[in-house]
Design a protein around this ligand. Structure first.
Ligand SMILES: C[S@@+](CC[C@H](N)C(=O)[O-])C[C@H]1O[C@@H](n2cnc3c(N)ncnc32)[C@H](O)[C@@H]1O
Length: 212
C-alpha cells in the first residue's frame, strides 16, 4: 500500500533543487548512454525516490528500507515512475553494514542519498553508513554521497534542532540529532574528506561528500 509522509512532500522540492545544482554538469536531465545509478538508504514511503527518479530520466534509482511495510509502499510508488527508472526496493539495515555490503555485492553506484535517518538510529549509524558508502560508491570522478536532515552545530545549533534532539532522547536515549562536525569527521575517516554544506529551509542541511 502506498504511504505518504507530509515531511517528504514538503522537503522534496528544496532537496531536488540541491540535487539539480550538483547534477547540472552531468547532463542527468538527458538520457546518457549508460544509466547513472543512485542508491537511497532509508527511503521511507518511497515518495522521494519517485520524485527524484521522475526528475532525472538519466538516473536509475535503487531505493531501500529496513521496514517491510515501507518496502511495500516504496514498491507501490515505484510502479508509477514516469521513466520506469525506480528499481525494486531492497531490504537493507544500515546498522548491519557487512550484510548490507553483501546484498549490494556486484553493484556500484555513482550517487548515494539518505535523508533524515541518522537521528532515528543508534549513535553508530553514521559509521555504518559511510562504511557502506566506501564499499559501494564508484571511484569515478563526480561520484558523491548526499545527506539531508537536521544537525547540531555546538553553541550555534538552531533552537528547533536542539528541541528535536531533546525530544528524541527523551523517547530513546540511543537516538538524537548528530553534531555536523561529527558527521564530517566520520565521513573523512571512511575516505570522504571533501564536503559541501548547504543550509536548507527549516534548519535542515544538505551535505555532499566525495572522495579525495
Ligand atoms: C524519519 S524517516 C525518513 C524517511 C525518508 N528518508 C524521508 O526523508 O522521508 C527515517 C527512516 O529511517 C528508516 N530506518 C531506521 N533505521 C534504519 C536502519 N537501521 N536501516 C535503514 N533504514 C532505517 C526508517 O524505517 C524510516 O523510514
Amino acid at each position: 500500500m502506498k504511504l505518504s509522509a507530509p515531511s517528504a512532500l514538503q522537503n522534496r522540492g528544496p532537496i531536488l533543487e540541491s540535487l539539480r545544482a550538483t547534477f547540472r554538469d552531468s547532463s542527468l536531465e538527458e538520457l546518457p548512454l549508460s544509466p547513472v545509478r543512485a542508491l537511497e538508504i532509508a527511503s521511507g514511503t518511497g515518495e522521494h525516490a519517485l520524485h527524484f527518479a521522475d526528475s532525472f530520466p538519466g538516473l536509475v534509482w535503487q531505493p531501500s528500507e529496513v521496514s517491510p511495510q515501507l518496502v511495500q509502499s516504496i514498491a507501490a510508488h515505484a510502479r508509477e515512475a514516469i521513466h520506469q527508472n525506480v528499481l525494486q526496493p531492497l531490504h537493507l539495515n544500515i546498522l548491519d553494514p557487512d550484510a548490507t555490503i553483501g546484498k549490494l555485492k556486484d553493484m556500484e553506484f555513482q550517487f548515494i542519498f539518505c535523508s533524515n535517518m541518522f537521528q532515528v538510529c543508534e549513535r553508530h549509524a553514521p559509521d555504518c553508513f559511510f562504511k557502506v558508502c566506501d564499499a559501494v560508491l564508484s571511484h569515478e570522478l563526480g561520484s558523491k554521497v548526499f545527506l539531508y536532515g537536521p544537525y547540531l552545530q555546538g553553541e550555534k545549533s538552531a533552537a528547533s534542532n536542539l528541541q528535536f534532539h531533546r525530544l528524541l532522547q527523551s523517547r530513546d536515549e540511543t537516538t538524537g540529532v548528530h553534531e555536523l562536525d561529527h558527521i564530517v569527521e566520520v565521513a573523512a575517516q571512511h575516505g570522504f574528506p571533501n564536503r559541501e554544506v548547504t543550509q536548507m529551509p527549516t534548519d535542515n542541511f544538505f551535505l555532499s561528500f566525495s572522495r579525495e
